[in-house]
Design a protein around this ligand. Sequence first.
Ligand code: SF4
Length: 248
Amino acid sequence: MSPVAKRATRRTTKTHGEKPSQRAALVSRSPTTKAAKLAVSAVVLERLKAEYPDAHCELDYRNPFELLCATILSAQCTDVRVNMVTPALFARYPDATALRAAAPADVEEIVRSTGFFRAKTKSLIGMADRLVTHHHGEVPRTIAELVRLPGVGRKTANVILGNAFHINEGVVVDTHVQRLARRIGLTRQADAIGIERALMPLFPRDDWALLSHLLIWHGRRACLARKPLCATCVVRDVCASAGDGEGP
Ligand code: SF4
């Protein structure tokens, strides 16, 4: 670390033993240095953990295969809607072997209401086929293998690893995480990959999966896309975009 960065670290993270929540007065609302962003991150993480002690993946699933199917279906769709169709899907196709043999028209009918149902059906059946032909019907546990499955990108792979296997390989960056990371001032990156790279060094690795849930829960309940509820937000004192409730 350069002498300048060390001085910045001392300046922004000198805590005299306070908890992160007590450090707010020391934390910049527009962090520009890594040290300042680390200080804001610590406050955000602690506050959101306290606010949402039950934060979890809101997709319903009982095993990695079901989570993989549900996550593929969640593209451009709400978790609530996905949870309405997956019981029928999983009842009819309980594993990869059953799903790979499905007639596309039958799957399309079940997942129609999630949108893009033809493309999603193709991904689901293709994913199931590759699980059987390359992974003995099981969901693989590495990003490299997961992203080779049809319909699976880095975001979905991170969801599976973090939630089904408790492997923190990256941070899930969906539309909520994207919006909150930028509003709070943790990054100016615009694309998901850039935001993920910016967030990973700011938070403890063990918390990466939880971090996504916390930001998503906060994005759904307080930091709404059109009209964030800044006046009652638990991180308003460290947020670079805190407004008066009418949006940043
Ligand atoms: S203060 Fe406002 S913009 Fe900042 S995180 Fe809270 S709701 Fe979002």
